[in-house]
Unconditional design. Sequence first.
Length: 223
Amino acid sequence: LQGILAPKPLAGKKLVITAGPTQEAIDPVRYISNHSSGKMGYAIAAAAQQLGCRVELVSGPCNLPSPYGVNRHSVVSAQQMLDTSLSLVNNADIFIGCAAVADYRAADQAQHKIKKSQATMTIELTRNPDVLASVAALDKRPFTVGFAAETQDIEKYALDKMQRKNLDMIAANNVALTGQGFGADQNALQVFWPQGKQTLELADKTALATKLMLLIAEHINKK
Ligand code: CTP
Ligand code: CA
């Protein structure tokens, strides 16, 4: 009963979160993407909802059911993820960039299926907009949290990303380790903010998501 009556730590807060991969079309039948399963982002969306947040989940293509009580907005490309995120982030208290956004898209999208010809071919790619950095650059921005997928020098790259994108917090994971990160049910995170850090040990993504949201809850009131 005490648990039911206790105020939820994030009651009344609005969270916008990106999750999953993006797909960048090359022609009508092919795309560039990555191995993101969306599990971490969906677990965070579910945990935040349980802790009292109103959750807007901006999701790239992934095979996961919408978490209970969460509003899902399905997108395909990085540009769509940016447009949808910007349309939702007004009045948000927290933004979490958990998606594995494709860094590049085809410079020109072919109208028709590309036929094979030479033994080699080249596709010109152009940089995608950065969803997280765009939100962090807004005048009236929410508490902005990024993820960093790294395979080496995790702390150095994570701190660099936090500074460059002007984030309030960054959660780094080592995607080179098997059994955690991309596609797995478990993950471990090294979380950094400008004045400190905390390690969230290897655990199921659902348990880890709750720990991350509680850590964010501690910080948003200080902002
Ligand atoms: N991100 C984003 N939009 C992009 C690229 C990344 O919103 N176009 C966000 C991711 O959701 C994540 C963070 O930025 O929260 C870091 O993503 P990551 O791929 O680790 O870093 P990049 O800045 O893309 O740098 P690099 O891939 O070169 O390491
Ligand atoms: Ca990237």
